[in-house]
Design a protein around this ligand. Structure first.
Ligand code: C2E
Ligand code: MG
Ligand code: MG
Ligand code: MG
Length: 287
């Protein structure tokens, strides 16, 4: 199984152009059978508490180990999977693997073998939100594997929820009522109405990496400071936790900690990696 160096080497600015390139390279024909051939795998990236550097959870990030193209990041095939409908079975597979992994970590911790993440974040794409089986499938997996709903966080992008009506929000509301956390991913990029936040069944805001980038220099970008301060204060007044993504340096981590963000994720702490990586992770020196 291919191991990735993680991060942005997968990232492409234009998902549409990517989908076209993939089509040209014939990935369209290999994608539908990739799931049954067992070509997908998941890397996990820890989320840490900014206050003390302890591990809060981990985000599951899917990769495709293609027999001839090598390891492909999600930006290369998720748009295509959405387009072809494969995203529903693929998403269900990612959820099941991730829930099993979280359960395994919890059992290992209970046995005293190591201290790993006890909570798992799983990304949901818009097509999965629209699929009528979402709530039933999620409940079924949690019960069968034996994971508390409170150990699962589902990440939905802000743009997927812009203008969402009650029909679209209902499954998320049901999951939230069961105790599943819902996070608003890539927050700050979607131009959503901030007042709208009250209407959404979310408990976590994941601040987009673009805000973290403004925290790179010392002193940090004054405008970015004001924006992040505003978002954190709004989020906390609505009783939402704030996670920041893309933390690459200690300077960024320190600024974001001072600004009151709760948890963080990024290469500064750890790149996405195999589940065993989380076993050995020592975050003490990253604080
Ligand atoms: P996301 O949910 O916003 O995930 C964060 C992305 O930032 C990941 O890219 C991660 O590898 C990358 N990242 C983490 N730390 C850093 C850092 O310090 N610096 C930089 N530059 N990047 C960092 P990745 O793994 O390529 O995933 C891209 C997107 O694909 C994800 O964005 C998510 O929207 C989507 N995705 C990943 N797995 C799944 C999945 O199982 N299902 C669905 N529907 N979408 C997924
Ligand atoms: Mg995410
Ligand atoms: Mg994100
Ligand atoms: Mg992002």
């Amino acid at each position: 199984r291919a191991k990735s160096a993680g991060g942005n080497r997968f990232e492409h600015a234009d998902a549409e152009a990517d989908a076209r390139a993939i089509t040209r390279h014939g990935l369209t024909t290999s994608l539908p059978t990739a799931l049954e051939r067992g070509e997908f795998f998941i890397e996990y990236q820890p989320l840490v508490h900014l206050a003390d550097g302890t591990v809060h959870g981990a985000e599951a990030l899917v990769r495709w180990s293609h027999p001839t193209h090598g390891v492909l990041g999600p930006d290369r095939f998720i748009p295509l999977a959405e387009h072809t409908g494969l995203i529903v079975p693929l998403g269900r597979w990612v959820l099941e693997q991730s829930v099993r992994q979280a359960r395994a970590w919890q059992e290992e911790l209970a046995a005293g073998t190591f201290g790993g993440p006890l909570r798992i974040n799983v990304n949901l794409s818009p097509a999965q939100l629209h699929h009528p089986g979402l709530v039933a499938d999620t409940v079924e997996v949690l019960e069968r594997v034996g994971l508390e709903p409170g150990s699962l966080c589902l990440e939905v992008t802000e743009s997927a929820l812009i203008g969402a009506d009650e029909d679209l929000l209902k499954p998320l509301r049901q999951l939230a009522e069961m105790g599943v956390d819902i996070a608003l991913d890539d927050f700050g990029t979607g131009y959503s109405n901030l007042a709208n936040l009250r209407r959404l069944p979310v408990s976590v805001l994941k601040l987009d990496r673009s805000f973290t980038q403004g925290m790179q220099q010392h002193p940090a970008d004054p405008v970015d400071i004001k924006i992040v301060e505003g978002i954190v204060s709004l989020a906390h007044s609505l009783e939402l936790a704030v996670t920041v993504e893309g933390v690459e340096t200690g300077t960024q981590a320190e600024h974001l900690r001072m600004l009151g963000c709760d948890t963080a994720q990024g290469w500064y702490y750890a790149r996405p990696g195999p589940p065993e990586m989380l076993h050995t992770l020592s975050l003490a020196d990253a604080v």
